[in-house]
Design a protein around this ligand. Structure first.
Ligand code: CP
Length: 321
């Protein structure tokens, strides 16, 4: 990827497309900025005027519950005008190209696109072709990246565990098809985590996975030892082209997180999941709804973290000249 496209001439955030290539200082600035927005949820008026007069268009070419709604809330709480396109009823269904859709929306004087797309690189493509004043935020592209999800996960980990350098983090499940896992691994390594361990059957790991900066285990029993943070992933069947597992029940037996398996990690380990969760496939309901689960806290934090990223990207535009 063109590694400078995300930053302006002053090295400040303009687009947010991937964690790859971003510095620890910039990721920490995002987390610190999100901290200032997190307290707003307790306030009677949950709004600041930072993006008043700006127009944000959400372009979700793939389904979403958490990401789409938290981006809408984040934009609204920053006082921007937020428009979520209904792709199913848009001219995309009549064959309009992505670039023509972008050009037509640009003609309406928008300032930011938030993009989710099934094709890896779609947000990057839009950032390359959009007008210079427009910021593009990647809300998940194919198997490539989901950087705002990774940042809300980092925010949640920092809230509860404070020091990344002391942490062993296990990411469990379908690493092969997961854009979330890729972004989380990059963020954890950039922030200095002591170890990022992936736990999965061989069929659900990419080739040469160690080159991503992880250790590997194929057993939940072995792999959960000494772990502070457990991140569960769902099986992404929509991206599987061949049968990679004997059955879901067999998968749950070997890799599903149950209360008994959870005891193998550190006693104060937290359990995370980007959602949507598939109960009884990768996680037992007793764990998903149990005292160590922070899954809904992740969702709440999504608003503050997305407010931070959107406001940083928009405010830094002015510094470009
Ligand atoms: N975590 C996540 O991206 O969830 P949605 O698909 O619901 O946005």
């Amino acid at each position: 990827m063109d590694d400078n496209i995300q930053l302006n001439a002053q090295g400040q955030l303009k687009h947010f497309l991937t964690i790859e290539g971003l510095s620890r200082a910039l990721l920490t600035e995002i987390l610190d900025t999100a901290e200032s927005f997190a307290g707003m949820t307790e306030q009677r008026v949950k709004k600041v005027p930072l993006l008043r007069g700006k127009t944000i268009v959400n372009l979700f070419f793939e389904n979403s519950t958490r990401t789409k709604t938290t981006f809408e809330l984040a934009g609204t709480r920053l006082s921007a005008d937020v428009l979520s396109m209904n792709i199913a009823t848009s001219a995309t269904a009549k064959g309009e190209s992505l670039l023509d859709t972008i050009r037509n929306l640009e003609a309406m004087f928008v300032d930011m696109f938030v993009v989710r797309h099934a094709i890896s690189g779609a947000a990057h493509f839009i950032a390359q072709h959009a007008a210079p004043h427009i910021s593009v935020i990647n809300a998940g592209d194919g198997q490539h990246a989901h950087p705002t999800q990774a940042m809300l996960d980092m925010f949640t980990i920092r809230q509860l565990k404070h020091d990344f350098t002391q942490l062993r983090v296990a990411i469990i499940g379908d690493i092969l098809h997961s854009r979330v896992a890729r972004s989380q691994i990059q963020a954890l390594n950039t922030l200095g985590a002591a170890e990022v361990r992936v736990i999965a059957p061989k069929t659900l790991l990419p080739a040469e996975v160690e080159s991503l900066g992880v250790t590997v285990s194929h057993s939940l029993g072995q792999g959960l030892r000494d772990i502070d943070v457990i991140i569960m992933l769902r099986l992404q069947k929509e991206r599987m082209t061949t049968a990679l597992l004997p059955s879901e029940s067999e998968y749950f037996k070997c890799f599903g997180l149950t209360p008994e398996k959870l005891k193998l990690a550190k006693p104060d380990a937290i359990v995370m999941h980007p959602g949507p969760i598939n109960r009884g496939v990768e996680i037992d309901s007793k764990v998903a709804d149990g005292p160590q689960s922070v899954i809904l806290r992740q969702v709440s934090n999504g608003v503050a973290v997305r407010m931070a990223i959107m406001s940083m990207a928009m405010q830094k535009q002015g510094a470009q000249g």
